[in-house]
Design a binder for this molecule. Structure first.
Ligand code: B12
Ligand code: SF4
Length: 493
């Protein structure tokens, strides 16, 4: 019997951390560490397991000393906290096992780790466990194949204090058929979308439901629509059935490619199954930029109209944008602002292009001798790890202009209005208002409608959504909360 402490590092305050919004809705973190609770389910049943997510609780030395092994995960944005935990383990003499995307891409950069269990744990963890049992565990375990997901177990939800989180994560597939130059997904998860079986995924949903979770669920696939045949014929009909029978307990979010707009049948099935939001990598309105990064699906289409088509079928669109492509001209910043404002994409995540290790972009820039650093993963620090074609100061100042404009009260509330106008709320979606929601409404009204400067924007939205779009009022208020977070971040940049 062994004692395993699973540790998830602290995420710094960034656009994606949602800290300022979480305070208003009385949550500690946006989402739990799905990788670690999946790994926990792969460990022998008899071992004792505890989880400390540094985003929701503190890590005491006594916690570390309790453990025979500390299992740590993380992505590039966690590097500082990740190193800190390893340092503490080393000082206390506790053995460290590390896995997940950060170390899978560059384990050599992390001295102090006793065992690296890299790539997908479905393949590498059993090898480590077997060697451990035999008393001779190796330093590094890795694999080059992408396993099918039939052996992936149901995550150990009971390790989480669910009420600390705004959303729960769950996964249906891994891999993406596209191969954008800056993205590490194809290196980590391959180009062939691998899915769980329909029964396996529905069982997982049921386990989350039985664990007591309600409301937001993020299906963390790289591209949920990678295998449309299976979705249309098996999974979505099963999800519709499941959601209907339980009176739509979950509002789903997932990541998709932009061509979802061309498939009305798929959109309608997703809405019926309870999907509320899709995240799309739009990246740039510049066709040259899209060609440069190999985002071919986004080319040759009116992207604003594409987004609206999706909104009109009943899905919210949030999206990622990038500046700093070699082909970007000085006008790109205004182009991005215009596009984002017209599209009614309320949650628009804009970052400066970076080249993560292992990507095609990394290789190209290395051959062009333009690489200068490792990625920080922090989309707030204005850093890039290569020498951009555009003057760096101009790039940073243009980037800041975008953020200050789109997250200003004027810009942000204007987008919510466009969204409310375009969006066709599906009849399947029932907005339930609980006592906790009413408490949140009071809290947010105090913060945004009384304390904040420029409160008139909030009140205009409040009355517009309440009287003209009453069904969308809870959604409008949720967006207002997230806007508050984005504003705090943009103002302090
Ligand atoms: C959900 C998610 C998020 C959520 C995180 C919420 C959370 N608490 O998890 C949010 C939206 C906040 C997010 C943000 C970002 N993300 Co993200 N995200 C993901 C995503 C889509 C799913 C992660 C997940 O849960 N996967 C499912 C689990 C089961 O897989 P897993 O964690 O990899 O775990 C498996 C193995 O890795 C292994 N394993 C994992 N940990 C451990 C530990 C041990 C000890 C062992 C033995 C094994 C092991 O076992 C598991 C089973 O095989 C991944 C892509 C992906 N498909 O994984 C990107 C991904 C992790 N994100 C990535 C990036 C780059 C970002 C951003 C920096 C993007 C940006 N441009 O700003 C931001 C972070 C910035 C910030 N400021 O916070 C990269 C990370 C690359 C890297 N080298 O670190 C990924 C891989 C996507 C990509 N494009 O390449 N992200
Ligand atoms: S479509 Fe998205 S996940 Fe797929 S390669 Fe491009 S950026 Fe990565």
């Amino acid at each position: 019997m062994k004692k395993i402490l699973l540790v998830y590092p602290k995420t710094p305050t960034t656009f994606y951390s949602f800290d300022h919004a979480l305070k208003l809705i009385a949550k500690k973190s946006d989402a739990p560490p799905l990788g670690l609770i999946t790994v926990a389910a792969m460990l022998p049943e008899s071992w004792e397991k505890r989880l400390i997510d540094l985003n929701v609780s503190r890590l005491a030395d006594s916690d570390l000393l309790w453990a025979d092994y500390v299992f740590i995960s993380g992505m590039s944005v966690h590097e500082k906290s990740f190193r800190n935990v390893i340092g503490r383990c080393n000082r206390l003499g506790v053995k460290v096992v590390a896995g997940g995307p950060l170390v899978t891409m560059e384990h050599e950069a992390f001295p102090g780790v006793d065992h690296f269990v890299l790539n997908e744990a479905e393949v590498t963890l059993p090898l480590f466990l077997k060697d451990l049992e035999n008393g001779n565990p190796a330093h590094v375990y890795r694999c080059s194949d992408f396993p099918d997901l039939s052996s992936t177990p149901i995550p150990r939800w009971e390790l989480l204090r669910m009420k600390d989180y705004a959303s729960m994560n769950i996964q249906y597939s891994r891999g993406c058929p596209h191969d954008c130059e800056f993205c590490s997904i194809t290196v980590l998860n391959g180009r062939r979308p691998r899915t769980k079986s329909c029964d396996q995924f529905i069982n997982e949903l049921e386990s989350l439901f039985l664990a007591g979770w309600r409301h937001r669920v993020f299906i963390v696939d790289d591209n949920f629509i990678g295998n449309r045949g299976k979705l249309k014929n098996e999974l979505l009909p099963a999800m519709i059935d499941w959601s209907k029978k339980r009176d739509y307990p979950f509002a789903f979010t997932t990541e998709v490619s932009v061509d979802i707009a061309d498939d009305r049948e798929l959109l309608d099935l997703m809405v019926k199954a309870g999907f509320e939001t899709v995240f799309i990598g739009i990246e740039t309105p510049s066709d040259d930029g899209l060609a440069e990064c190999g985002k071919y699906k986004n080319r040759g289409r009116d992207l604003v109209e594409t987004v609206r088509q999706i909104q009109r079928r009943g899905l919210m669109v949030s999206a990622g944008f990038i500046v700093g492509f070699d082909s970007d001209q000085p006008g790109i910043f205004q182009q991005q602002i215009k596009f984002i404002q017209n599209s009614g994409i309320v949650t628009a995540m804009v970052g400066i292009l970076n080249a993560p290790v292992g990507t095609k972009l990394f290789k190209r820039l290395k051959s062009e001798k333009r690489l200068v650093d490792r990625v920080s993963g922090d989309n707030m620090d204005c850093s890039t790890n290569f020498i951009p074609r555009m003057d760096y100061q101009k790039l940073v100042s243009g980037y800041r202009d975008i953020l200050k404009t789109i997250y200003s009260q004027n810009g942000y509330y204007e987008r919510i209005k466009i969204f409310l106008r375009e969006y066709k709320a599906p009849k399947e979606r029932k907005e339930r208002v609980s006592l906790a929601d009413l408490v949140t409404l009071v809290r947010l009204t105090w913060a945004l409608g009384i304390r904040e400067r420029g409160k008139r924007y909030f009140w205009k939205l409040f009355f517009l959504s309440l009287f003209r779009y009453p069904q969308r009022f809870p959604l409008a208020m949720t967006m207002a909360v997230y806007g508050f977070h984005f504003r705090q971040i943009a103002v302090n940049m």
